[in-house]
Design a protein around this ligand. Structure first.
Ligand code: GEK
Length: 243
C-alpha cells in the first residue's frame, strides 16, 4: 500500500501551490522521495552507519521529521549500544499513523517511540545522535536557529547532529546547472515536464533551501563544531556536526 507510484502531479491541476504531507502523499511517499531526491536511498542506510559510530549507551537518538520512519528503522538495525532508544517525531498525522504501522511490522533492535509533534515543541534530552533528514528545509527560516539551538542544548558531550537538505548556491550559473541536473534526474525517473513543473510550484513556498554557508553559520552560532559534508548529489547534501 505504501509502495504506490507517485502520480500526484501527473494531471494538470488548477491549484498547485501549498504542498502538504497528507494521506495522498503518504500513500506514494517511498516512491516519491526515491524518484525526487537523488541519493536518498543511499543516505538512509549511511545515516544508520553513522549512528552506529556515534550512538552512546543509555542515550537517545532523535529522528526529527521522521515521515515513515526510514532513518529510524535504518538506525535501529545498525546501532548496537546498550540502553539506546529512538524517538521519531513528525507533525503530519497521516505520516505518523503509517510510521507506527511500519515500526510495528518491520524488524528493529532498538525501541522506537513514534510521536505526533512539531519538532519545535520536541524536548531534546540526553541525545547522542540527532537526525534531521530533509526536514529543516520545511521550517520557516526564522525558526531554524531556535530548533538547532534546542537540539544542541539537549545533546550530550560528543553528540552529533546529522542533517540532510536541499541546498541552494550563491553563484547563479551553478544554481542553474544544479537545477537542470536535478530536473534531468527527475526526467530519468519517469516524471513528465508537467509533473516536474507542478511539483516545483507546489513546493515553492513550502521548501526553502539555503546555502551551505548559511547552514554552517547557524551550526556555529548554536555551538556545534566541525561541520562536514559527507554526501552530495546535485543540490542534495548531507552533513554531520559535533558538540
Ligand atoms: C526520511 N526524514 O524518510 N515538525 C515535525 N515534522 C515536520 C515539520 C515540523 N515542524 N515540518 C515538516 N515535517 C524522512 C524524510 S520528509 C522530506 C523527511 C521530504 C515533516 C513532514 O511532515 C515530512 O514527513 C518530513 O518532515 C519531511 O528519512 O518529503 O522531502
Amino acid at each position: 500500500m505504501s509502495d504506490e507510484q507517485d502520480k500526484l502531479f501527473a494531471k494538470s491541476r488548477a491549484v498547485t501551490t501549498g504542498f502538504r504531507f497528507d494521506e495522498q502523499v503518504v500513500k506514494v511517499f517511498p516512491d516519491m522521495i526515491a524518484r525526487s531526491v537523488p541519493g536518498y536511498e543511499l543516505v538512509v542506510p549511511m545515516i544508520g552507519m553513522l549512528a552506529r559510530r556515534y550512538a552512546q549507551e543509555d542515550t537517545r537518538i532523535y529522528d526529527l521529521g521522521c515521515s515513515l520512519g526510514a532513518a529510524s528503522l535504518a538506525m535501529s538495525l545498525a546501532v548496537h549500544t546498550k540502553g539506546t532508544e529512538i524517538v521519531a517525531v513528525d507533525n503530519s498525522e497521516a505520516m505518523v499513523a503509517r510510521c507506527k504501522k511500519n515500526v510495528a511490522e518491520k524488524s528493529h533492535n532498538l525501541p522506537i517511540e513514534v510521536r505526533l509533534q512539531n519538532v519545535l515543541d520536541t524536548p531534546v534530552e540526553n541525545a547522542s545522535v540527532v537526525v534531521l533528514n530533509f526536514t529543516l528545509q520545511f521550517l520557516e527560516r526564522d525558526q531554524r536557529q531556535r530548533l538547532i539551538n534546542q537540539i544542541t542544548a539537549g545533546m550530550c558531550a560528543d553528540g552529533v547532529l546529522i542533517f540532510s537538505e536541499k541546498i541552494c548556491f550563491e553563484n547563479e550559473g551553478e544554481q542553474a546547472d544544479q537545477t537542470a541536473w536535478h530536473h534531468g534526474f527527475k526526467r530519468a525517473q519517469g516524471y513528465s515536464e508537467l509533473e516536474i513543473a507542478q511539483k516545483r510550484n507546489a513546493l515553492e513556498d513550502v521548501l526553502q533551501p539555503e546555502t551551505e554557508a548559511t547552514h554552517f553559520k547557524r551550526l556555529e552560532a548554536a555551538g556545534l563544531a566541525r561541520p562536514r559534508r559527507w554526501f552530495q548529489c546535485f543540490s542534495f547534501a548531507s552533513y554531520i556536526a559535533f558538540k
